[in-house]
Design a protein around this ligand. Structure first.
Ligand SMILES: C[S@@+](CC[C@H](N)C(=O)[O-])C[C@H]1O[C@@H](n2cnc3c(N)ncnc32)[C@H](O)[C@@H]1O
Length: 346
């Protein structure tokens, strides 16, 4: 019996389930998308993240980590959560020598990471250093709601014949609380992904932080700027680098994700700043690196060194992809500083 049939059986026995429970089963259950033996975040996988695009992502973030370390001193630790294949950590650790640990729930990713550093499935109790999570929050289980006749209704998962379908459900108190506070303007019929788990996760990290910084990098926007996308909502699937089937159609076979509503995280601490990824990486020297690469490529062309010219061109294209203002550059970096005497990054 496949995962979809098992979910249908569960619903037959216990009734419709909240969307966050379906999403958890589809992504992290034993036959879930991240639960099986396949490593998902890699070039040959289902989606391409910034660290998978270029080692320069990890190399650039190393400067941020080093800056915080110089500021707060030892003991210092880098914690990368949702480290996937290790494509961020590898170049980062090749750039700076720092005590590091990863937190991952996917068995395949944990296997890949164990070659590089220690892997845990829970966060350290106390953290003094930097926590980085790239494309974690968009994958955390979320509830789903729709605006109907000026009120909120939840969308749970039910079964009809051999299919999974959305069914109407009363909105739960905690879900309503989040919607009323963070959903922002939503027109009649609009869909909202209710990201209670993302907020809980960030609060949990904050409670463990003694001193340092948290960097949360993901696609998404403020509630206000997500308004135009609320008609159908932002929930979607990815498979083999392309948008996949309806989120209910093939649980376990596709990634399920939604844009992060950063408004629901901005008030979590007074020292929270929201950056664009292109601006954030530029502040760490990546735009300057691009200018240098263009110049070096020209020099190599003039010198007739085709191999070097091609190598530099590949690197240049990678940096352009990381900084593209309508692509990865449009991702957001949520920076939360904890107990730091802030100094200007050079
Ligand atoms: C989209 S992938 C991103 C991987 C990597 N950060 C990258 O950018 O290539 C999301 C990852 O988050 C992991 N994940 C999900 N929930 C987690 C949790 N609560 N703690 C740690 N990792 C988690 C998944 O197993 C998966 O590897």
């Amino acid at each position: 019996m496949n995962l979809k049939q098992r979910i249908i059986e569960d619903i037959g026995a216990n009734g419709p389930m909240p969307f966050e429970r379906f999403m958890h089963t589809a992504l992290y259950g034993p036959d879930g998308f991240f639960g099986g033996g396949t490593l998902r975040s890699q070039k040959s996988g289902d989606f391409l993240t910034s660290p998978e695009v270029s080692s320069l992502f990890g190399e650039t973030l190393a400067k941020y980590v080093d800056h915080v370390r110089q500021e707060i001193g030892e003991p210092f630790r880098l914690v990368e959560v949702a480290a996937g294949s290790g494509s961020l950590l590898r170049p980062l650790l090749a750039t700076i020598d720092v005590d590091a640990v990863t937190v991952e729930v996917s068995p395949a990713a944990r296997r890949a990471l164990s070659d590089i550093v220690g892997v845990s499935d829970t966060l350290p109790t106390q953290i003094r250093g930097v926590v980085i999570a790239n494309e974690l929050l968009d994958n955390l289980p979320m509830a789903l709601a729709q605006r109907i006749d000026g009120r909120w209704r939840e969308r749970w998962v039910g079964a009809e014949d051999e299919n999974l379908v959305f069914v109407d459900a009363e909105v739960r108190g905690e879900v309503r609380g989040w919607l009323d506070t963070y959903a922002g303007p939503v027109d009649e019929g609009g869909w909202v992904e209710v990201q209670l788990e993302a907020r809980r996760w960030v609060s949990d990290v904050l409670e463990r932080m003694i001193e340092g910084s948290i960097l949360i990098i993901d696609y998404g926007e403020t509630a206000e700027n997500l308004r135009a996308r609320r008609r159908d909502g932002t929930l979607r699937t990815y498979r083999a680098h392309h948008l996949g089937p309806h989120p209910l159609d093939e649980p376990g076979e596709t990634d399920i994700t939604a844009d992060v509503n950063f408004t629901a995280l901005l008030d979590i601490a007074p020292t929270t700043t929201l950056h664009r990824q292109d601006h954030f990486l530029a502040s760490l020297g990546l735009r300057k690196r691009l200018t240098d690469l263009r110049k070096l490529e020209l020099d190599a062309a003039r010198a007739g060194d085709d191999m070097e010219r091609l190598r530099l061109r590949t690197l240049k294209t990678e940096v352009e992809t990381l900084m593209h203002p309508r692509g990865l550059g449009d991702f957001r970096v949520l920076e939360i500083e904890v107990g730091r005497n802030h100094t200007q990054r050079s």
